[in-house]
Design a protein around this ligand. Structure first.
Ligand SMILES: NC(=O)c1ccc[n+]([C@@H]2O[C@H](COP(=O)([O-])OP(=O)(O)OC[C@H]3O[C@@H](n4cnc5c(N)ncnc54)[C@H](OP(=O)(O)O)[C@@H]3O)[C@@H](O)[C@H]2O)c1
Length: 404
């Protein structure tokens, strides 16, 4: 296997294409396809080795199947939007191509994050001898693999996972989102949710917070939100009693979000304007900066990881596993900010795992179901070094005492 097709030439997809082009020993043939050929041309010009480009509307299964038959890739990496997950999975099944993505399917008219649409493809992929690897970005993605690594190597039993995600960067804009604005705002404005003692507990958006001490960044107020990897980790980490996801948002970001929500600009249902239906969130996306345009001048770091609590050899234990990524450094390397970089590098490593035979299987798998060690061995070499450290009893006290 050495032929990869990347679909979606946006902020994160461009990182995937550029990093694949830096690893020609693994990726002999690289094609980048997107809705607009213009987007692909820009990325192609910045790749260090030649790549092919193509135009495709990934919502259209027949069009995608025709492209797959022409390019004959071994793997499709879906870097378009969650709306395209199901049509791309259907196209891969029809053309006999392995599939990978970084975010679970969402219907356009409902901001709902669940694997219930993609997991039922398991038997169809299995019957065709194909693998679909779901959620191979950073979170979901590397955070799931950190959890699998903790389960396999560091703990006898895991009782609690706190996934912690901090962007301590500054892009200098009044308001912008670090990945696709529509998808980002749908994620943040939905109700919060976490899992405890076998139950999902819902909360109003951004109503529980804690100060988390992020490696290389320091203490930052973080909000409990729902994130899709919780759904699969609950299934795949044995003994788990609680899982929560925490993300930092600046006061400025929250102020803008509140105003936009209050005036209805984050609505995803159509509103009639001068006789035409307009979806406020889609219109808002057009006004906001493209995430790929934020890289120049972006300063600061992301610090993302897992705090895992459990036991080893009969002793209580708490461990943090994390990566820190610098916006200016990733801009220098591939012309992208760190959020696009941390999203784009993991699927390249995941594709390497499939092409080198470290990951295999027939059916639909979340990344924590695949061997973590070879992935983590490669991750640092591809630009995302990771670290692990046991925590002392007094560390992260605010996070660990907050009532949930
Ligand atoms: N797991 C993680 O860690 C993580 C983190 C952040 C984001 N993500 C996922 O990554 C996705 C991409 O994020 P991003 O920041 O790169 O967004 P982006 O810059 O908006 O890029 C999305 C790209 O998808 C392409 N696209 C949209 N509809 C298409 C269609 N019907 N057919 C073909 N291409 C289509 C667009 O192509 P054109 O430019 O050609 O119009 C656009 O370039 C997000 O939506 C999110 O789900 C995952």
């Amino acid at each position: 296997m050495d032929n990869v097709l990347i679909i979606g030439a946006g902020a994160a997809g461009s990182v995937v294409a550029k990093k694949c082009a830096m690893n020609r020993d693994v990726f002999k043939t690289i094609t980048l396809a997107s809705r607009r050929l213009e987007s692909c041309k820009k990325v192609q010009a910045d790749c260090v080795t030649p790549i092919e480009i193509a135009q495709v509307d990934a919502d259209n299964v027949a069009e995608t199947v025709a492209l797959l038959k022409k390019v004959k890739p071994d793997l499709v990496i879906n870097m378009a939007l969650p709306y395209q997950d199901l049509p791309l999975m259907d196209a891969c099944l029809e053309a006999g191509v392995h599939y990978m993505d970084t975010a679970n399917y969402e219907p356009r008219d409902e901001a709902k994050f669940t694997y219930k649409w993609q997991w039922p493809y398991h038997d169809k992929y299995k019957a065709k001898g194909l693998i679909a690897v779901l959620g191979c970005g950073f979170d979901p993605g590397v955070t799931n693999i950190f959890s699998a690594y903790a389960q396999e190597k560091l703990f006898d039993e895991i009782t609690q996972i706190d996934i912690i995600d901090c962007n301590a960067g500054n892009h200098g804009k009044a308001f912008a989102t670090n990945f696709n604005p529509e998808i980002n705002l749908r994620e943040v404005t939905q109700r919060g949710k976490y899992w405890k003692n076998g139950e999902w507990i819902e909360i109003d958006p951004l109503t529980i917070s804690a100060v988390i001490d992020y490696p290389d960044v320091g203490p930052v107020k973080s909000y409990l939100i729902y994130h899709e990897e919780e759904e699969s980790l609950v299934e795949n980490i044995k003994g788990l009693k609680q899982i929560r996801f925490w993300m930092t948002f600046s006061d400025n970001y929250i102020k803008h979000l509140e105003v936009l929500s209050n005036v209805g600009m984050t609505r995803i249902d159509p509103v009639m304007y001068k006789g035409n239906p307009v979806i406020p969130m889609e219109f808002l996306k057009c006004l906001l900066p493209e995430p790929s345009s934020l890289a120049e001048g972006y300063t600061g770091k992301t610090s993302i990881g897992c705090i895992v609590t459990g036991t080893k050899d009969g002793q209580a234990k708490r461990t943090i596993i994390w990566n820190v990524c610098d916006h200016a450094q990733t801009n220098k390397e591939v012309g992208a900010q760190a959020v696009s970089y941390t999203t784009g590098v993991p699927p390249v490593v995941g594709a390497m795992m499939l092409f080198k035979g470290h990951w295999s299987g027939k059916g639909v798998f979340n990344v924590e179901q695949l061997p973590p060690q070879p992935f983590l061995d490669e991750l640092g070499k591809q630009g995302l070094p990771w670290h692990v450290r046991d925590l002392g009893p007094a560390e992260q006290s605010d996070l660990l005492t907050v009532k949930t």
